[in-house]
Design a protein around this ligand. Structure first.
Ligand SMILES: [Fe+2]
Length: 234
């Protein structure tokens, strides 16, 4: 069976944009390419229509990011402007859609574990208890972040400057994103994530998703975060 590679995808995007490979001034050589990942959501806390619609929406971000990334390679940098320019607009859209892709993949992977269980001797439990005082304090703070986001995300992550796990919230996909945070727990609190099943009750939706957090996935992220912490220590 033929394999569809990143190279093929880039060429398809080049062709759709009408970019000529022989024209060195507009040649695309560095475009980033995101690949759609299969998502599996066995949870019964979300309706099938909600899940199907959400995964389709995620795929739309992948498509948008790939198109924008390819357009950026050919964009005119000489007329970049903070007031208005094609380059500026594409860079804003690049971040928005890349975060849309990355955050959805993190979210889908860390919810929907119907056998969810957090072990008290796990790295996740120990580090959250250490940095928030208690595990319950982390939960309360995280839920407050979920309720505070204006259609966006709540994230627990390792902050490389603070050398601590922190909770943050993001509005939309890219507003109020602190620099230097490696995400370990991600919750989608856009209305599209819950409105069909929970109407405007983001708190009940959040509690439902937190009952099914996939602590195996989260634990592997904590292990990576600890390696990052170790690697950048002075
Ligand atoms: Fe979403």
């Amino acid at each position: 069976m033929a394999t569809f590679t990143n190279k093929d995808l880039k060429q398809t995007i080049r062709d759709s944009l009408g970019v000529d490979d022989t024209d060195k001034s507009s040649k695309i050589t560095e475009a980033f390419v995101a690949n759609k990942k299969q998502q599996r959501l066995p949870t019964e806390m979300l309706s099938e229509k909600n899940k199907t619609n959400h995964i389709e929406l995620y795929k739309g971000y992948v498509d948008s990011f790939n198109r924008i990334s390819a357009e950026l390679d050919a964009a005119d940098r000489s007329n970049a402007s903070s007031n208005s320019s094609q380059f500026r607009s594409l860079k804003i859209d690049e971040t928005y859609n890349l975060n849309g892709v990355y955050l959805h993949e993190l979210y889908f992977a860390n919810i929907s574990d119907v056998h969810s269980e957090v072990a008290m001797d796990s790295l996740s439990y120990i580090k959250l208890s250490r940095d928030f005082g208690t595990f319950d304090a982390w939960q309360r703070d995280f839920i407050a972040c979920c309720q505070s986001s204006r259609c966006g995300w709540a994230i627990t992550g390792y902050h490389i400057y603070l050398q601590s796990y922190v909770n943050i919230f993001v509005d939309l996909h890219s507003a109020n994103v602190p620099v230097g945070v490696y995400p370990v727990i991600v919750m989608d609190v856009w209305q599209h994530a819950y409105y069909r099943d929970y109407l405007k009750d983001v708190k009940t939706y959040t509690h439902a998703m937190m009952k099914e957090l996939n602590w195996n996935v989260i634990e592997s992220r904590f292990k990576k975060a600890e390696r990052i912490s170790e690697a950048i220590r002075d």
